[in-house]
Design a protein around this ligand. Structure first.
Ligand code: FMN
Length: 309
């Protein structure tokens, strides 16, 4: 089984991916959070920093595009080729209302004809290998059957399925029956994504879907960066390893000179998930969320790491 780090906008930045890759069991693939095509020549400074090969050395990185316009996809693909990217992922899963209302992400799943036309155009003109990350429908799981028929017409590099519909956001249980339908019908490589938070969760997916070649993990890794090691039979991450990981992330964000408030914002977002690895520390975690200065943040983080369970 291959394992991929899911793209999480605002969290799995190039800094996060690099520090994770150096500190824990490396992933087989990493994905950028979605890039929205724009008309500027080249990429913005922020996008460039995400994509530059020197910032992603030693990792298999797949850029992700969010759009419903074939010409925008192809233009962005061309810009990505300049940086050497030959594999690109299409986002058909984003549940955010602002994205869905524009018919993008999981919003595109409701426009079957438009989606088919879009895929026909990009697959007839692309020079890259294209994978899709999809939900099973916008409104109802029953939409998935027709979506699979559409996807089945194109030579997908792989199909990554997050078996929820848009209105689930990240709640409710992933619908494994829908994933099973794909496992039976699709001939392209399939990747499962959704709610893998323990070694047992990963084993259950592997056991139930023996033909599936990859699993993508998001929140489970942010909460427990040692999870892939555990899945591969290693010990849980030690407090020392977590501390080293945290300190490198913190240092690297500080070195970007983005302002203390932004560094705090980035670190607090990670703690929303990482906090789960610190049972009994609820009061300290609340103080992390409330910290408005770096010195205060550092003091509470020290207390968290020193806390004896
Ligand atoms: C904060 C956040 C940001 C996300 N950003 C993206 C994104 O940019 N592109 C994408 O395809 N999915 C995005 N996702 C969805 C995740 O990639 C993944 O599909 C989802 O979290 C389910 O997997 P998990 O249960 O392993 O976390 C995001 C999810 C969260 C919670």
């Amino acid at each position: 089984m291959q394992y991929y780090l899911a793209p999480l906008e605002g969290i799995t930045t190039r800094i996060y991916r690099r520090v994770y890759h150096d500190c824990f069991t490396p992933m087989d693939k990493y994905f950028t959070p979605f890039l929205s095509p724009h008309l500027k020549k080249g990429f913005s400074a922020k996008e460039k920093a995400e994509l530059l090969p020197k910032n992603n050395q030693g990792m298999h990185l797949v850029p992700q595009i969010l759009t419903n316009r074939a010409e925008d996809f192809l233009r962005t693909e061309e810009k990505l080729a300049y940086y050497g990217y030959e594999e690109i992922n299409l986002n058909l899963g984003c549940p955010s209302k602002t994205v869905v209302s524009k018919g993008r992400g999981s919003g595109f799943l409701a426009d079957l004809e438009g989606l088919d036309r879009f895929l026909d155009e990009i697959f007839s003109k692309t020079k890259a290998r294209i994978s899709i990350k999809t939900r099973i429908g916008r409104d109802e799981p029953e939409e998935f059957q027709r979506l699979l028929e559409i996807y089945g017409q194109y030579p997908l590099e792989e199909l990554i399925i997050h078996p929820r519909v848009q209105k689930d956001f990240y709640k409710n249980k992933p619908k494994l029956e829908a994933f099973e339908e794909a496992a039976e019908k699709m001939t392209c490589p399939l990747c499962y994504n959704g709610d893998i938070c323990t070694r047992e969760d990963a084993a259950a997916i592997e056991g139930r879907f023996p033909t599936v070649t990859a699993c993508m993990i998001g929140r489970g890794i942010i909460a427990n960066p040692g999870l892939l090691g555990e899945i591969k039979g290693q010990e849980e991450a030690s407090r020392k390893q977590l501390r080293r990981f945290h300190d490198r992330l913190y240092e690297e964000y500080r070195e970007l000179h983005m302002g203390d408030k932004n560094v705090l914002f980035k670190m607090k977002e990670i703690w929303c998930y990482l906090g789960q690895a610190f049972p009994g520390c609820e009061k300290l975690l609340k103080r992390i969320r409330k910290a408005e200065r770096l010195d205060r943040y550092e003091e509470v983080v020290n207390q968290c790491f020193e806390y004896v369970f």
